[in-house]
Design a protein around this ligand. Structure first.
Ligand code: FDA
Length: 389
């Protein structure tokens, strides 16, 4: 094997580690991925008929306030000035999200200023003041009052979790943001945008280095190739970004995840909904939201004859489904502690990324964590002879 470091998984965590190890530390790196493409869940491609860029694993919006991460990603791509905004369709009416002064005034047919709106919401939230909510439903009412909670949060959450909020733990939400201005920017970060020539061009540039070899369609647990777990662990340092429980053959049981089903449709019209994301918070609609991809790139000269939409359905993941969001029950957390102990015993393997740490990470968080791993673990190992773990 001609590699100093093997990276399992070519998502943003693995790519960042590989790129830094190759370019900063001069190492030869082999990246393997079981999928047929690089980029993990951030991968996108052109829809065949329309040429519209579609995010294959759900919509990905880049945003960060981390200067180091922003400088780093700008080495590989420029970003458009796209600003993410979300709308929600409730009872046949469309409201801006997250809940802001515009949402409140439209919902209550009022013209409140910030102070009046705040007083109104506080009064409504007062219904459960002084109580200690034990389920998500009561917590939601206590945070923003029953009317807004029931319209915009209750059924949306029930659809996301396939569980009634009365049966979900209050701990799932600590806050529900309400803005007492008309600002309906979805993210609060300093930097935001979409890669000018698409995610895949960005991700491929990260891997286009003479010291990096990429092996696709290559599963770490398939022993028929030289980069399998059996062939590399103990021979060469490994950064593993696949599922933590899978690495240990589920010895402590399965960690639970939510997944999403994405239903894509090409419609013979220029514009379906006038925005990139429309939430559907009502109980009688089975999906949670619809993405319309043309709106992510208004600067592009896309066809006017057709548009691509994707309906998103949320559910618990079974074995074989793509794991997307950690469910993180108390049982999961107990298992996670046991898996972390096992991971600490793997002296030549570092566990990272969303799947390898059982943590939801936005892209900028995955990149930031990977840069820290290179600084704190990989560089000291290769330049100072420290143990990798
Ligand atoms: P990621 O999952 O991307 O990559 C892991 C890779 O490991 C995969 O390519 C997988 O095939 C590979 N792998 C797993 N097991 C393997 C094995 N046994 N052998 C070989 N390869 C293996 N973030 C954000 O900033 N803005 C956003 O809008 C969104 N939107 C979003 C929507 C949805 C639905 C999800 C699930 C996630 C987001 N994200 C996001 C988060 C973003 O996708 C996340 O930050 C990155 O996936 C993290 O990159 P990782 O490299 O950790 O994992």
């Amino acid at each position: 094997m001609n590699a100093d470091l093997v990276v399992v998984g070519s998502g943003l965590f693995g790519l960042t580690v590989a790129e830094r190890a190759a370019n900063e530390l001069g190492l030869k790196v082999a990246i393997i991925d079981r999928r047929h493409h690089i980029g993990g869940n951030a991968y996108s491609e052109k829809e065949e008929r329309t040429g519209i860029e579609v995010h294959r694993y759900g919509a990905h919006l880049f945003h960060t306030s981390n200067e180091r991460v922003w400088d780093y990603v700008n080495r590989f791509t420029d970003f458009t000035n796209y600003v993410h905004k979300v709308y929600t369709r409730h009872n046949g009416e469309v409201f801006p999200m997250p809940i802001n002064l515009g949402t409140i005034n439209q919902f209550f047919r009022s013209a409140h200023g910030p102070a009046e709106a705040k007083a109104l919401i506080q009064e409504q939230a007062g219904e459960l003041a002084g109580t200690d909510p034990q389920n998500l439903n009561d917590k939601g009412i206590q945070l923003i009052g029953r009317p807004l909670y029931e319209a915009f949060i209750k059924h949306y959450t029930a659809k996301q979790w396939q569980t009634s909020p009365e049966e979900l733990p209050a701990s799932i939400i600590t806050r529900l943001p309400v803005r007492y201005t008309y600002d309906n920017r979805y993210f609060n970060d300093k930097y935001e945008g979409l890669p000018v020539d698409g995610y895949t061009a960005w991700l491929e540039r990260m891997a286009e280095q003479p010291n990096i070899e990429v092996h696709l369609n290559t599963d770490f647990f398939d022993d028929s190739h030289e980069y399998s777990k059996a062939n590399v662990v103990g021979q060469v340092p490994v950064v593993y970004t696949g599922a933590l429980d899978r690495y240990f053959d589920y010895a402590e049981g399965d960690l639970s995840w939510r997944t999403i089903d994405l239903e894509e449709e090409v419609l013979e019209m220029e514009d379906f909904q006038g925005c990139s994301v429309m939430n559907y918070p009502d109980a009688d609609v089975p999906f949670t939201r619809i993405h319309e991809f043309r709106h992510f790139h208004p600067e592009r000269d896309y066809t006017k004859d057709a548009t691509v939409i994707m309906r998103e359905f949320s559910r618990f993941a079974n074995k074989g489904d793509e794991p997307y969001y950690p469910v993180n029950t108390s049982v999961d957390r107990e298992k996670l502690l046991k898996y972390r102990d096992l991971a600490a015993g793997e002296s030549s393997v570092l566990f990272g990324g969303r799947l390898g740490t059982y943590k939801y990470l936005d892209m900028h968080m995955a990149i930031g964590a990977a840069l820290s791993m290179v600084d704190n673990k990989i560089a000291p190992h290769f330049t100072g002879g420290n143990k990798i773990q």
